[in-house]
Design a protein around this ligand. Structure first.
Ligand SMILES: [Mg+2]
Length: 380
């Protein structure tokens, strides 16, 4: 079995509403879709998603495409994709960092190998230990009343009973008032957690977390800069409310460092920031050894990336802090032929070989950045 080709496509899909985060607001999500083919024509698909270009991390979809096309593809084509570990080691040798790029390729290789074997991708990661994962929704409309209304609608639809608030962009005490009002509004009906996306310094975090904890907020995600592990450790020691590492946790080495400093109560896993499914499994193993539960994070993926994340998370016993694999629900449209299964406050594992999703060619043609408009709207 030999890898014949790797194709990268830039894709942009609008969101259903403006999504406000500490570092900006987005109305469109950007993706790199990776399609790998073996010599028999079997195709595997992967995805790298960024939020706000290189604002969340260093990579943008444009750099991801360049790294794959220029520095990875020439060395991977012709090799046996079944040697997933060897491919991963080779990518690590060829390119430093750029983990979103490597992750998208590794996802596609995993999907390809699983499809060629006729098994779901999670089997190649040891098999599933979960059939479903509790699903949070992010309330980030920019207004307290709008967030409460959106949360009520989600509760009515039985889609979510965990809400994550994006704070950190504004005045810290205004953010605390916003989050406290929402936590108190949903008390006893939904769990509320906040993501600060590194926006606070330690003193601000100390003052704000005390108030958020008193208001019943259940979890504080990445309150301070990702490099400030010492501050995270002091906050984790000081407060009962769970402190979750997201931006601070990229590689398995980061996980080990966080464990050694007791700097987080929960780890947010993401395939892209880790460098792929294999590195995510290694991170999860470190978390398990340290007794740290994991949360299934996301970068607002389409159903392609979401399925890859899901197949990995269901194979990790320690994913017991829920997940936020709601990316497809925040997008105006998707790239796949069959939607993923969302109901009763959870995302449910679907059937199928590989990641179990198929790209709809007309959707990809329409949303690809280099599309020809006449062709994009034409239906066969
Ligand atoms: Mg986060």
């Amino acid at each position: 079995m030999k890898l014949h080709s790797i194709e990268t496509v830039l894709v942009d899909i609008p969101t259903t509403r403006v999504h406000h985060l500490s570092f900006g607001a987005i109305t469109t999500q950007n993706y790199v879709i990776v399609r790998v083919r073996d010599e028999d024509g079997v195709v595997g698909i992967g995805e790298a998603s960024t939020i706000g270009g290189p604002a969340w991390a260093e990579e943008s979809t444009e750099t991801i495409k360049t790294i794959i096309d220029t520095y990875l593809t020439p060395h991977l084509v012709g090799r046996d994709p079944r040697d997933l570990q060897a491919m991963s080691v080779l990518m690590e040798r060829l390119v430093r960092g750029n983990r979103f790029a490597k992750a998208a390729v590794e996802m596609a290789l995993l999907d390809l190998v699983a499809r060629s074997l006729g098994v779901p991708a999670h089997r190649l990661l040891g098999g599933k230990v979960h059939d479903q994962i509790e699903l949070a929704w992010t309330l980030a409309s920019g207004g307290t009343d709008a967030d409460i209304a959106e949360g009520e609608a989600k509760l009515d639809a039985r889609l979510h009973h965990v809400f994550k608030l994006k704070i950190g962009a504004g005045d810290p005490m205004a953010d605390v008032a916003h989050a406290s009002r929402i936590a108190e509004h949903f008390a006893g009906r939904a769990r509320v957690q906040v993501d600060v996306n590194q926006a606070w310094d330690e003193l601000t975090a100390t003052r704000c977390i005390a108030r958020l904890e008193a208001a019943g907020v259940a979890l504080i995600e990445q309150p301070v800069a990702r490099h400030n592990v010492a501050a995270m450790a002091r906050l984790a020691a000081r407060f009962d409310v769970a402190i979750m590492a997201d931006e601070a946790l990229g590689t398995p080495a980061d996980a080990l460092n966080l464990v050694q400093h007791a700097a987080a109560d929960v780890f947010a896993l993401k395939l892209t920031k880790a460098g792929g499914p294999l590195a995510t499994m290694k991170t999860a193993a470190i978390a398990e050894a340290a007794g740290i539960p994991c949360y299934g994070g996301c970068m607002l993926e389409t159903s392609v990336g979401t399925a890859a994340y899901l197949h990995t998370f269901v194979a990790i016993h320690g994913v017991r802090a829920g997940c936020e694999l709601f990316g497809p629900l925040l997008l105006k449209d998707d790239l796949v032929t069959q939607p993923l299964r969302y109901h009763d406050g959870a995302i449910h594992l679907h059937d199928g070989d590989g990641f179990g999703v198929e790209i709809d060619p007309s959707k990809l043609a329409f949303y690809r950045r280099d599309r020809t408009p006449v062709l994009a709207v034409r239906t066969p």
